[in-house]
Design a protein around this ligand. Structure first.
Ligand SMILES: Cc1cc2nc3c(=O)[nH]c(=O)nc-3n(C[C@H](O)[C@H](O)[C@H](O)COP(=O)(O)OP(=O)(O)OC[C@H]3O[C@@H](n4cnc5c(N)ncnc54)[C@H](O)[C@@H]3O)c2cc1C
Length: 406
């Protein structure tokens, strides 16, 4: 059975990240939203301080050991749990700033899980406080392939020493500023998913460009790029996992599997950020109701009931998310739990923010944080797979014992 009590180490991570969220992110939050960007000097400062808070940076501690009562004991891997605990605090601070913190971002997990030792060293070692701030990115979505990623049309044509990539990617978080982007392409569309490959395309590669930054309703300070690949030569060394990674698996859908494996680890992290948003709106509203409204009045009772429901939803979402992260840590399949926590957290983030706005009335609008959180929450039931898609994944598991494919 999993214990829901945070260990001293987990509590310490939560406290440190919360301190950062409250003192470094919150003061910047409304201004970054208004500007539609996170100021460069702030990013430089954070990078120089060596603050490694990017959601994929909580490290792989599978060989970790810690001292307990004076003697060394083997510690269970807990990178995924630390990531969700910390990310909830970052989401509480500001989700758009959280997505812009320097680091490999969504590009990190596929390199970590499928890269060769040489690729991991080459692409992941560039994120250091002694270097300027750097980012990684993950480019799967295309104009014709969003939820149905099997439909990607970006092509990778084999040539001497590498591949020629052609295609378009849209909605890519940090895609313009990234030092490298994990780009998914197909070597042969007739092979379906088995034809998918993942490439690490480096910034400055001829034929690789950003054509537009999207204007958005929420998470405005987070950069969302459209990328174009025009006869873009990518060396063999940048094929994620190397040629043998795909050859050894015969006709199995390896590139597709890289994409899906990434989601099983990242969906709980996205869920945690949504929970942080819901908690931020809830806490702001709870404190204001306590301060401003006469106790025991009719409104106070109404508000208490609504706030109690919000707290219940937040706690339920958190427990689902922790379970998905825990399963990832102990190496158990977690696709279903990852889909459920993502769907539920995205849904409740929107509902809690909407409920808080209703309670606050005019006090919640016009440049106030809850109005911004409401706008920010929407994307959490879209990216990393929409809610409907998470329900499909869950339904697939439901029907599996009956041999029915959904
Ligand atoms: C701000 C932002 C940042 C993003 N960052 C990234 C990133 O870094 N990298 C990346 O690769 N992508 C990124 N995305 C893309 C995101 O993952 C996609 O938008 C998402 O997967 C949905 O795809 P779509 O927009 O094409 O919608 P569609 O797939 O066209 O879906 C439209 C609607 O149809 C529903 N639908 C689709 N198929 C089904 C079905 N089979 N059954 C029931 N309903 C269905 C969907 O749920 C949705 O409501 C980002 C998007 C945004 C907006």
């Amino acid at each position: 059975m999993i214990s829901y009590k945070l260990s001293p180490h987990q509590q310490q991570v939560k406290d440190v990240v919360h301190w950062f969220a409250e003192n470094e992110m919150r003061p910047l939050s409304m201004e970054a939203d208004r500007l539609g960007k996170v100021p460069d000097d702030w990013l430089n400062k954070i990078n120089q301080l060596g603050i490694q808070l990017n959601t994929s940076s909580f490290g792989d501690d599978k060989n970790g050991r810690e001292k307990e009562s004076g003697k060394k004991v083997k510690r269970e891997r807990q990178a995924n749990r630390l990531a969700v605990i910390a990310t909830e605090e970052l989401g509480w601070g500001d989700p758009a700033i959280a997505l812009t913190l320097p680091g490999p971002g969504l590009g990190g997990p596929p390199v970590q899980s499928s890269g060769t030792p040489e690729q991991k060293q080459r692409f992941l070692s560039i994120f250091s406080k002694d270097e300027p701030p750097r980012w990684g990115a993950y480019a799967l979505t295309e104009p014709e392939a969003g939820s149905d990623v099997s439909g990607i049309r970006t092509t990778a044509q084999k040539t001497a020493g590498g591949y020629i990539l052609n295609g378009q990617k849209i909605f890519i978080t940090n895609g313009a500023r990234a030092s490298w982007v994990v780009v998914f392409a197909t070597i042969d569309r007739s092979l379906g998913r088995a034809g998918h490959r993942a490439f690490v395309v480096e910034k400055g590669t001829p034929g690789f460009s950003c054509t537009r930054l999207a204007k958005k309703m929420g998470i405005r300070a987070s950069e969302t790029a459209e990328l174009l690949l025009e006869d873009c030569f990518v060396p063999e060394d940048n094929l994620l996992g190397g040629e043998s990674y795909y050859e050894n698996r015969g006709s199995s859908p390896s590139g597709f599997r890289v994409a899906m494996k990434t989601f099983d680890n990242t969906r709980p992290i996205v869920a945690a950020m949504a929970i942080g948003i819901a908690r931020a709106a809830f806490e702001y509203t709870r404190d204001l109701v306590q301060k401003e409204y006469p106790k025991h009045g009719r409104f106070y009772h109404l508000a208490s009931e609504k706030l109690a429901c919000a707290e219940l939803e937040i706690e339920a979402a958190r427990l689902l998310t922790w379970e998905a992260a825990w399963k990832a840590d102990i190496g158990q399949p977690n696709a279903q739990e990852a889909a459920m926590c993502k769907a539920y957290s995205g849904k409740i983030a929107l509902e809690v923010c909407a409920g808080c706005l209703e309670l606050l009335g005019p006090a919640g609008l016009d440049g106030q944080i809850v109005e911004k959180l409401y706008r920010d929450a929407k994307i959490f039931d879209i990216f990393e797979g929409t809610n409907q898609v998470q329900h499909l994944i869950t339904a697939r598991h439901l029907y599996e014992p009956y041999g029915v494919r959904v």
